[in-house]
Design a protein around this ligand. Structure first.
Ligand code: IVH
Length: 691
């Protein structure tokens, strides 16, 4: 039996461990413990507090989810208003902004904090004596809503501050957002369960915070970035915004790793283009970048117009949502037979790409959105994600439209479309008899990120399956130039086109030779690509990579059971089940063997090899603001060379990269005698090593 004192000590220890895990995960971006371990610690603390209610403190990590739903939100008046930002779309508008600051302050090329404009919801967090006491939405800028109970459920929001040197009253402002992956996972689950999906991550964040029941908010995967301060009392801040952000990070607030420092117009535009190029790869949605004059004295001298500061500017990217009309709704059959309704659209440019098709996901989604042929709809395109229909504009619906229905038969092989109990997806029951499924699996196998067979385009795959006798991906490696030419002749007869193979014999055979050569080249691959290429349900690129790293060889993977599979990071019983089912299938084993026999090969290694590279085994810490790249870019490039990038300096640190205005970490490095690199040295090293 534990004494009260044992319990108290254990509770303190558990809290410290949980808080440390949160800090490492959300602020330093280097998770230190597995999710399961985190949950275990939290459960133990919950049980302990239940047995010893006197131990419960309002800032204990168990107190994130309040029990009682509110009936409405109280109003909060912002002592310092929450401003908005002036927008710019063109470079000239940015030039005007910079010129005005230079002229007013009489300086040339002043320093700006350059930040991603994260697409979420602005909030203000108030801390008194280091403890989180109130959180509010922006509202109209003067008055917002008290959403404290909901914000407490967001684990990236610290319940109390780290360190000691914080002001007695501190208001931190920033953006609550939903990461892209969390948004996609949430919607995939909702679609499966036939529930309402979220239109976009911003609506996801805003809707989640406006839930009256914090239990509902707690189930939404929200995150937070700090980017400004409001009221401070009983303390001071450094003279620049970038130093304040560094301070906020030390106090436990997540700050985007894409934030940097730039000088003058050229620096701002270079940042805009750099982040624009990385927009799709970022784990959260952004709708532009924000420039803020770094020095507070300069900010004060510039002042405000209406509701926006003259010292900051939002430089927006092109919109990702546009309006168009639905010309038809067709059904596409995927690799696994899933029947996906697709809207054929009047062509519309969305963020620089002409969109003509958008997915409607499944029959339930069509019913929920009530999309009909002839409707005007909002389409959305985000990164490489397939464009989707977000909603219908009901005012624009023409007369005489009808609700859409899933057809009874596969449009390709006429097999019945069936839907399993409790599933949202209809599937073609034709299996590999269905040419659509065969074609999709071949297309996937040949795609750029799989075996990358150049020239094996959609049309050729169609012809190979329809006329070339190709039944599985293994048949590709049996093809000869003559087979391709014969296939092409048959296609020409079928289509009644001019027989190129007769008229331009040499050109046609060149095409066939090139394709055969590309197929032959694809034999040299990596295990990771091969596993991805197989098209195992639930195994995308990331999972294929994790499997390849973990097992090192195909045979080790084939021999693995559920227990071994679930040891791989991020593989749970569901994915493990899909992998096992795939390899159990005789047909799949036969295809794999045929591929190996045809000479498809990859380097193998013993299970779980440590990473390689010129920085393998080195631990690096980044501090201060770098000029040429953001912290996240620097981190990525160092990791690509094998380094581990850590958030805090210790004796184990190999070297510290110090940018401008580096603070306590640089002091610590000096104290411990850790090697210190400046940015120039880092750049030279990266250039020399192609990082
Ligand atoms: S600063 C005084 N920084 O954009 C400046 N805002 O259009 C106040 N936002 O309401 C805002 N990322 O919701 C700032 N790095 C960033 C931001 C950011 C996103 C949002 C925020 C704000 C809106 C202004």
């Amino acid at each position: 039996m534990k004494t009260a004192e044992d319990a108290r000590r254990r509770a303190l220890r558990l809290r410290a461990q949980i808080e440390d895990a949160n800090y490492r995960y959300y602020v330093l971006d280097e998770p230190s413990i597995a999710d399961a371990e985190y949950d275990r610690l939290l459960r133990e603390l919950e049980e302990l507090e239940r047995a010893h209610p006197e131990l419960v403190a309002p800032d204990s990590p168990t107190q994130r989810v309040g029990a009682r739903p509110a009936s409405e939100f109280a109003e909060v008046r912002h002592e310092i208003p929450m401003l908005s930002l002036a927008n710019a779309f063109r470079d000239e508008e940015v030039a005007d902004f910079v010129r005005r600051i230079e002229d007013t302050l009489g300086v040339k090329d002043p320093a700006f904090s350059t930040e991603p404009k994260v697409d979420g919801l602005a909030i203000s967090l108030r801390y008194e004596d280091g403890v989180f006491v109130r959180g509010a939405t922006r509202g109209d800028g003067t008055t917002g809503e008290d959403v404290t109970a909901n914000l407490r459920t967001v684990r990236a929001v610290p319940l109390h501050l780290r360190g000691h040197d914080w002001p007695r009253v501190l208001e931190v402002r920033g953006e609550v957002y939903m990461p892209k992956a969390a948004f996609a996972a949430y919607n995939a689950q909702a679609l499966k369960r036939g529930e309402k999906t979220l239109a976009n991550p911003r609506n996801g964040a805003a809707g989640s915070l406006r839930q009256l029941d914090p239990q509902v908010t707690a189930r939404r995967p929200l995150a937070f970035f700090a980017y400004a301060v409001g009221v401070i009392d009983g303390g001071t801040l450094p003279p620049t915004h970038s130093q304040t952000l560094a301070r906020l990070r030390e106090w436990g607030f997540p700050v985007s790793g894409e934030i940097g420092l730039a000088h003058g117009l050229d620096g701002l535009l270079a940042y805009y283009r750099r982040i624009g190029a990385r927009r799709d790869a970022l784990p959260y949605e952004i709708d532009g970048v924000v420039y803020k004059l770094d020095r507070y004295d300069g900010q004060r001298a510039m002042g405000f117009v209406a509701r926006a500061p003259r010292w900051a500017l939002a430089h927006k990217f092109p919109a990702q949502e546009e309006m168009t009309t639905v010309e038809a709704i067709e059904v596409q059959i995927g690799r696994t037979g899933a029947a996906t309704p697709v809207a054929r659209l009047a062509p519309v440019p969305v963020a620089g790409v002409t969109v003509t098709n958008a997915t409607l996901h499944n029959a339930d989604q069509v019913a929920r959105l009530d999309v009909r042929v002839g409707d005007t709809v909002i389409v959305r395109r985000a990164g490489d994600v397939i464009p989707e229909v977000v909603r219908v504009v009901p005012e624009r619906r023409p007369r005489g439209t009808h609700p859409w229905q899933m057809p009874k038969h596969c449009p390709v092989c006429r097999s019945e479309l069936v839907r399993e109990e409790g599933e949202a997806v209809w599937r073609c029951s034709g299996g590999l008899y269905c040419p659509a499924q065969r074609k999709e699996s071949i297309r996937h196998f040949a795609s750029r990120r799989a075996l990358d067979i150049e020239g094996l385009g959609e049309r050729i795959v169609d012809d190979l399956v329809e006329l070339g006798g190709v039944e599985s991906v293994a048949d590709l490696y049996r093809l000869r130039v003559d087979d391709l030419l014969a296939m092409k002749r048959r296609a020409e007869e079928r289509d009644g086109t001019v027989p190129e193979t007769v008229k331009k014999g040499r050109i046609a055979s060149k095409w066939a030779e090139n394709l055969i050569a590309a197929i032959a080249r694809s034999k040299d691959t990596t295990l990771e690509r091969f596993l991805y290429a197989l098209g195992i349900p639930e195994v995308g690129e990331a999972t294929a990579k994790a499997l390849a790293r973990h097992f090192g060889s195909l045979d080790a993977l084939l021999a693995a059971g559920e227990a071994e599979l679930t040891e791989v990071p991020d593989i749970g019983p569901v994915v493990a089940g899909c992998i096992l089912a795939f390899f159990r299938e005789r047909h799949n084993r036969a295809v794999i063997e045929a591929l190996r026999a045809a000479g498809v090969r990859w380097p193998e290694h013993a299970p779980r090899r440590a990473s390689a590279g010129p920085l393998a085994g080195k631990t690096v810490v980044l501090t201060g603001t770098l000029g040429a790249f953001t912290r996240d870019e620097a981190k990525e490039r160092l990791e690509a060379l094998g380094a581990k990038v850590a958030g805090s300096v210790s004796k184990k640190t190999s070297f510290v990269v110090a940018g401008s205005e580096a603070g306590s970490k640089l002091d610590k490095a000096r104290e411990l005698g850790v090697e210190i690199w400046d940015e120039a040295r880092l750049q030279t090293f990266l250039e020399q090593h192609g990082g």
